[in-house]
Every structure is written in C-alpha cells, then in structure tokens.
Write a protein that binds this ligand. Structure first.
Ligand code: ZN
Length: 282
C-alpha cells in the first residue's frame, strides 16, 4: 500500500513536469470523465440497468436502445432514454477538473484541443472554446432527421423533453425534421447506425488535424477513456505514435500505457488526479 502510494506521488510529480513544459495540449476523454460530475458511465449491463431500471424490465440493453432501430420501432422509449439524458446533461454542472484543463490549455503557448467520445457537451458547458472540441460520436445537443432526408444538423435547444423516468417514456411531442416532418433523433453515432450525419464531427476533425500539423512538444492527457467503447483510447494511441507525444493516462482501471519512455499512468479518478497535479503547479 505504502509502495503504491509512493509510486503514485512520483508519477504525479512527473505528470506536473510534463504539464509545465508542454507547448500544446490535447485532452482526450471518455465516459469516465463525467463520473465526477455525477453522471453514470454505463459500465456493463448491470451499471446501465441501475441507471435505467425501466429498460431492464423491457430487456433492452445499451446497444438495443442506442440505435436508429429503437427510434423506428419504439420512438417514445428511445426518446424517453435520450430525453432523460439530454435533460440530465443540461442540468448537470461539469466538475472542477474541466476548469483545471481549461486553465492549463489556455496558458500553453500553442493552446489546446479536446477530443471526446462523450456526447454531453460538457467541455463547452465548462467554458472551453467550441472551436477547440472534437466530438467523435456527435453531440446530444444537436438533432438530425431519423431518415437522414437532409444533411442538415440543427440545435436541440428548442426541444424540452418531458420524461416519465419510472417507465423511460417521452410524454410530450418528440422533435420533428423541418424538411419531411418525420421523427428527428439526436445527432449521435449509435450502434448499427448507417444514418448518422457526421458533417459536424468531420469539420471538427479537420480543425484538429490542422492544429496537430504544427505539433512540437505536444502533451496528451487522457481521462476516463475505457476499453469497451475504445474510440477515444485508440485516438490517443495513434496520435501519440504519430507525433511522438507523451501521454498522461488517468483511469481508475486499465490505466497502463506503453510505447514512450515518458508515458505516465495514474490509476485514479479524473478530478482527483487533475487536482493533485494542479496542486504541484501552483
Ligand atoms: Zn427528414
């Protein structure tokens, strides 16, 4: 126990050194980043059903409800699920770790970018510049036509869902496509999804690629990116390899990372780790 805490304190010092000497920072986050804000991370079937007991009664796991098929076959349940999440993400305050990242990123010579598989919009809500965020799975705060009759993506701001949480059902009118009048869905990349409109994410990616093209002393800080839906983690590995960049990987589980002498693993929660590093910088 003593040994592991000593290793962690050395790792935190090394992480602080990397933060203090980086020219530019890339923040990569997955579901674990939201846990300290009080958001569920849907870890396994059990974790998912704990958050949505009504879906367990209907035998619907995450992959079944998070699909265009669910919107076609059971629109009031699919919108019950996404309407609840939209409302939850709107009223949840992002934790202080986001402020720490923003502060570090803004004080770095070439600034920062964020790449996230989260659809909660919490980087923007925490005050990070929308232009600096890439949402690889889209965002719950935008809508598109379920049939993708138009490439248009529009803000979900006008839609205020009323949800019967106990039964995971949308009680009010779901949002409609302004072109065909058919059902609208969140502009989120779902399971078995052939209709997701990725234009918004492609533009974000382009801006990120351009910025990375100028990378010299890039530091990647990855937080709460899991191994189950591993898009964010794979992006870390590829970018670290392409730009010979060190990574600080923060995750209470599976924090191990190899391939660069300066990679650092912190087996900790996101907020705890960021606060610990930040305390050494002040
Ligand atoms: Zn349409």
């Amino acid at each position: 126990m003593l040994k592991s805490s000593r290793i962690d304190s050395t790792s935190i010092q090394e992480a602080a050194h990397l933060v203090a000497t980086a020219d530019m920072m890339l923040f990569v986050t997955g579901a674990g980043m939201g846990v300290d804000s009080g958001l569920p991370d849907f870890r396994g079937k059990e974790g998912f059903w704990r958050a949505y007991p009504a879906l367990e009664r209907s035998g619907l796991d995450f992959a079944s409800i998070a699909s265009p098929r669910a919107f076609r076959e059971r629109p009031e349940v699919a919108w019950g699920f996404y309407g609840h999440r939209l409302d939850l993400y709107r009223r949840t305050k992002p934790h202080a770790g986001y402020d720490i990242l923003r502060k570090w990123g803004e004080s770095t010579p070439y600034g920062y970018k964020a790449y996230t598989s989260n659809v909660d919009g919490h980087f923007q809500k925490a005050g990070l510049d929308d232009e600096h965020v890439t949402e690889c799975h889209g965002s719950i705060h935008y809508l598109q036509c379920l049939k993708a009759c138009t490439p248009e993506i529009w803000s979900a701001d006008a839609f205020v869902p009323v949800v019967d949480e106990a039964n995971c059902l949308l009680l009010n009118e779901p949002p409609r496509c302004p072109h065909c009048g058919g059902l609208a869905r969140p502009n989120i990349y779902m399971f078995s999804d052939n209709e997701w409109l990725e234009n918004r994410t492609l533009i974000q990616n382009k801006s990120l690629d351009y910025w990375l093209g100028h990378a010299e002393r890039l530091l990647i800080i990855e937080i709460g990116a899991g191994t189950t839906i591993s898009t964010a983690r794979q992006f870390t590995h590829q970018t670290a390899f392409d730009f010979h960049a060190p990574v600080i990987r923060i995750n209470p589980q599976d924090a191990g990372i190899y391939g660069h002498p300066n990679h650092i693993s912190l087996t900790m929660g996101g907020l705890d780790a960021l606060k610990s590093i930040d305390a050494l910088l002040e």
